[in-house]
Design a protein. Structure first.
Length: 216
């Protein structure tokens, strides 16, 4: 009887430990970040940014989830006055700013590796597109449409998940590989379109991402 009870307890603990990432489960989560920087040197300059990224995933098999992240990004660089001294004379330059609003759709693939009954390692592959509109802010405060930005992204993020409860995961992940391909299409017909490409490889421990996901 005692042996049966211990066996049943072991099975129950095993189910509790691994039920979070079984086939048919759903994972809900996302990220929210806000930053505000103010530079006060011989001039004052302010930058504000907001990013929101809710996500949902579905486990197609044990430890393997397919999902989708929706992204919203806002950034504003306020106009400022810059004081310059040339040949003993003081000049004040009015420097304009800009602001942008962007939306994106980013599918992802995530695989977990069981490390402990409450700890799992995982790797996540992301690939998607972002669309944004950029507006120029004149020194006097007037706003004018400037360009449309299309961005193709791809990234790989390893991480670790801690389960204090079978339905809650506290996660820490870092970027390992990232690729950005941005194309700027200016509304001015005389302006030449531009392109920016970024590629990086190697874990950057100075840019960790901490989040919470719910497993249902």
């Amino acid at each position: 009887m005692k042996k049966r009870l211990l066996t049943a307890l072991a099975v129950t603990l095993g189910i509790y430990a691994h039920a979070q990432t079984e086939k048919g489960k759903i994972i809900l989560g996302g990220t929210v970040s806000f930053t505000s920087d103010k530079y006060e040197l011989e001039y004052e300059r302010k930058t504000t940014s907001l990013a929101i990224g809710p996500s949902i995933g579905f486990f197609t098999s044990k430890n393997l989830a397919l999902g989708l992240t929706l992204s919203y990004n806002y950034q504003k660089n306020s106009p400022y006055q810059q004081i310059n001294a040339i040949n003993g004379s003081i000049y004040i330059d009015e420097v304009g700013g800009n602001k942008s609003n962007g939306f994106g759709v980013i599918p992802f693939l995530r695989y977990y590796l069981d490390l402990h009954e409450k700890v799992k390692l995982f790797g996540q592959l992301n690939a998607g597109m972002l669309f944004a509109k950029n507006k120029q802010i004149a020194a006097g405060g007037s706003i004018m449409d400037n360009s449309k930005i299309t961005t193709y992204i791809g990234s790989v993020e390893p991480g670790i998940a801690f389960f204090p409860h079978k339905k809650i995961a506290i996660e820490l992940k870092v970027p390992l590989f990232s690729y950005y391909d941005q194309k700027y299409k200016y509304l001015d017909p005389y302006a030449t379109s531009s392109k920016y490409t970024h590629f990086s490889f190697g874990s950057d421990l100075t840019k960790p991402s901490l989040g919470v996901n719910f497993h249902l």
